[in-house]
Ligand binder design. Structure first.
Ligand code: NI
Ligand code: MN
Length: 225
């Protein structure tokens, strides 16, 4: 599986015909100069929660690519009402898609969607365990540290995408505790430096992480898992 970092919590996962983006906050990201219109061939879009820095360019990308959006039932209901293709899931549920399996994990956070018509209820925020071709990626979403993460250890995660920026999510020390619970083969830090309040040094995370390898990805970088 190829993993490309798009900045903040946004990643592209690619394997054969499967090409998915998770939390595509791209055009609004002050740290990124990636052009959303140049992201093509997407088959799926994963959305962990309704906040603008995660829902991001979902609507535009879904329309441009005719991609299937996978999220919690409240977010998919809203996106479906805009005429988009969706697959609705919820916390704890796993589903076998043609590309592999997806399980929604709990995240300790909010999920309201801000629209021009006002605030839309976005249900419970989530993380995703995505398995494609025997490779498993766990995108934690936006979350504080929870004991629930210990349960994900049994999934044998190949790569955990973990927020480290603090303020809205876990900081570096809590992210280290989370990685100790999850025991992935690889940890990739995310959700840091995009805004001044989430400034964090991924090298400090790398230094403190004794559980597994750390991969610090630059924006636009691709890695073969
Ligand atoms: Ni959030
Ligand atoms: Mn966020």
């Amino acid at each position: 599986m190829k993993i490309t970092y798009l900045g903040h919590s946004a990643f592209i996962l690619e394997d054969g015909d499967f090409k998915a983006v998770i939390d595509p906050f791209i055009s609004g990201n002050p740290m990124s100069n990636i052009n959303v219109d140049e992201i093509t061939g997407l088959t799926h879009i994963f959305v962990t929660h309704g906040h603008g820095d995660h829902l991001g360019d979902t609507i535009k990308l879904a329309k441009n690519n005719d991609a299937l959006i996978i999220s919690n039932a409240e977010i998919t209901n809203y996106l479906k009402s805009l005429g988009l293709r969706t697959h609705s899931m919820h916390i704890g549920g796993r589903y076998k898609f043609d590309f592999g399996t997806v399980k929604l994990t709990p995240a300790l956070h909010g999920s309201a969607i801000q629209t021009e018509e006002g605030t839309v209820y976005g249900g419970n925020p989530c993380g995703f365990v995505i398995e494609v071709n025997s490779k498993k990626v766990y995108h934690l979403g936006d979350t504080g540290l929870t004991m629930d993460m210990k349960l994900v250890e049994i999934e044998n995660i190949d790569a955990a995408l973990v927020p480290i920026g603090g303020n809205f999510t876990m900081d570096i020390d809590d992210a280290i505790r989370a990685i100790d619970f999850i025991k992935p083969k690889l940890a990739i830090p995310m959700h840091y430096d995009t805004f001044p309040v989430i400034k964090a040094d991924p090298k400090e995370f790398e230094k403190k992480n004794k559980t597994c390898k750390t991969l610090i990805m630059s924006i636009g970088e691709t890695f073969e898992l």
